[in-house]
Every structure is written in C-alpha cells, then in structure tokens.
Write a protein that binds this ligand. Sequence first.
Ligand SMILES: NC(=O)c1ccc[n+]([C@@H]2O[C@H](COP(=O)([O-])OP(=O)(O)OC[C@H]3O[C@@H](n4cnc5c(N)ncnc54)[C@H](O)[C@@H]3O)[C@@H](O)[C@H]2O)c1
Ligand SMILES: [Zn+2]
Length: 362
Amino acid sequence: MIAEKIRVALDERSYDIEMGAGNLDRIGSLCREVGLSGTAAVVSNTTVAPLYYETVRLSMERAGYRVVPVTLPDGEGYKNSATLNLIYDGLVDASLDRGSFILALGGGVIGDMAGFAAASYLRGIPFVQIPTTLLSQVDSSVGGKTGINHPRGKNLIGAFYQPKAVLIDVATLDTLPEREFLSGLGEIVKYGAVLDGGFFDFLETNAKLLLARDKEALIQAVSRSCAIKAKVVAEDEREGGVRAVLNYGHTLGHAVETLTGYTRYLHGEAVAIGMVQAARISQHYGFCSQADRERIEALVVALGLPTELPSFPARQYREALSHDKKVRDKGLLFICNQGIGAYRMERLTDLGALLEICGIGE
Ligand SMILES: NC(=O)c1ccc[n+]([C@@H]2O[C@H](COP(=O)([O-])OP(=O)(O)OC[C@H]3O[C@@H](n4cnc5c(N)ncnc54)[C@H](O)[C@@H]3O)[C@@H](O)[C@H]2O)c1
Ligand SMILES: [Zn+2]
C-alpha cells in the first residue's frame, strides 16, 4: 500500500519520498521508476539485514537487478572511516561501476555512511534510502546530509549528497526497540512545536495511536514530518539560514548529550529535554504563554520522553554550550517557539541567565 508521496524540491537534485505500510517489496519497481540500472549494493547492518534484506533482495531481483549485500557491524561507534572502508571494499569486490548504485537499508547510521560512500565512490554513484528507524524516516532521510564521525567529533567528515529516492515502510518500525521508537517521536514533536501548529494538535490527539504504532497514524505523522522538513530544506539546502530552525531543542539537547558522554540518552530523548527547556525560555521572554509551554511539556510526557536537564553545574553546561568560537564571540543562536507552530531565532549572550531559567545554578 502506497499512502503518500512527498516531493523534495531541489532543482535537478529533486526526489520523491514514497511512504506506506508494507510497501518494502516495492523497492525494485521504485528503482526502475527512477531510472536506476546495474548492480545494487545493499548496505545494511547485522541487526537490520536479517529482518529485511531478503524482502529487498527478492524485490530487486524481480525487477531484474543484480544485488550484493554489504553488511556492517551495528552501532554509532562504527560510524567511522574503518567501517566506511568496509563499504568501499564491498563495492570494489562486487566490481560496482558508475552504472551501479547503493541501497541504504537501516537507521540513520547506515543512511549517513552509505550516503557518504555513494557520494565518494568513483566520485559519486546514485543511492536510494530505505530508512528503518522512526528517527531516520523523519529526519536523516530528508536533506542530503551524509557522513561519518571523527574521533574528535560527530559528523565531522561528510558531504551534502541527495538520494535518487526514499522508500519508507512504517511496518518496519514494528521491530524497532521501544526506546528507539520513542526517541523518534521526540524529533516529530519538534516539527509541530515550531513549524506547524495543526500538526502539533494532531500529535496531541493521536498520541495513544502513535504509541501503539498504528499504521495510519504513523503514515500521517511521518509524511507530515517529511513534508515539513522537505520545505525547510528546499528553502535552505546547505544550511545558511532558515534550516537552523531544525535545531529547536537541539542546543540544550546537544549539551546534554555531550555532558553525559552520549551514553545516557538517545538523541531524541535529549532533544525532548531541550524542547521542554526551550519552551520554558520562550515563556520567560514572553514569546509563548504558560499554556503553550505546558502543552509542549505535556505532549513530551505523554510520548514517554524525559523533560528535565540532568544535574550538572552551570559551569559545565556553559562549557558544553560555548565550545565553538562563534558562540563565544556573538552569543548563542537559540531557537524559541513563538506560541505553538512558529519560531523565532534569538541571539542569547547571557548563558548564565538562560541556564537559571532552566533551573541550573552555579
Ligand atoms: N543526515 C542527517 O540529516 C541526520 C539527521 C539526524 C540524525 N542523523 C544521524 O543518524 C544517526 C542516528 O540514527 P538512528 O537513530 O536511526 O540510529 P541507528 O541507525 O543507530 O539505529 C538505532 C538502532 O536500531 C536498529 N534498527 C534500525 N532499524 C531497525 C528496525 N526496523 N528494527 C529493529 N532494529 C532496527 C539499528 O540497527 C540500531 O541498533 C546518528 O548517527 C545521527 O548523526 C543524521
Ligand atoms: Zn535531531
């Protein structure tokens, strides 16, 4: 069942996101429809491949493609140059030429690495994303950011490289661990809170259905999220301006991830905390009402996500927030919610005051 198609409009780099429930076996036809030929290397990992590789292989072979698997170890810790080299090895071993392409089958880690391999192998071969986590379906599969981590920082090596198509099957979310699923919902709340008030209402009304992974509700939530992100990305492909709105909840969220060494919280959990705090800050400066702030907090709670900053001294938060020189010179570019469904970007220079609003003292 195909339910939705979202166009990501980027001139000659435009592509469609096809969305449904139980549509994974459409991948072969979809690759034909976008004009791909040759061999398909399916880059996946040891968790996702046993679940979904076979469906993908059969569909691709039915459509007349030769398919080779490239199966990587699972985990953010493997999003590095050594694993990237394993992908290149797989592509070279299978003699992939410029008339071939990559399918990225997995979450954001696989999507980012496989996308970067596609951007760089033979100076670029086409690729198609099949995101299988909620987070990757609503976030990393839209926008064309690809890359790997460096020992000194996350996502330091990479490229903007757009896929030829994205296929989203929300039925693949049935096998996703609960915490990963909830973490993806955090990123979805972001789109409603600062970019679409009607969508925020939808999330409030359908929270229970979403938690039960109801397919119709998920298709709605994922497609509206992709449409919102696609619109932002179309206006600002390379992140010079408006795309910064997508950092809502991320400024403090990243600080939380840094301070806890990326082990205690999943990304969407840290973002959930960051959003609740951003709403507090927005209320403090009069950009939203108390009722707005309470709605954001209540939705985050209803979706089983955390709201409170872990306890560290303000000094450590300040360090985590101001590691880059731009922040030290000009202050923090902070995304506030303007009511619900709109935003404003504020340059905040007094980090101590900001942290105090969030209940973090010296
Ligand atoms: N490119 C972008 O714009 C962008 C945006 C956001 C995040 N990211 C990146 O995405 C990564 C995080 O992505 P993620 O949250 O998807 O994590 P992930 O890729 O690590 O996936 C989470 C876990 O779920 C497993 N999994 C995936 N699909 C599954 C399924 N259907 N059933 C069962 N298990 C499944 C994975 O193997 C993994 O163990 C980070 O590296 C982040 O930097 C990129
Ligand atoms: Zn995020």
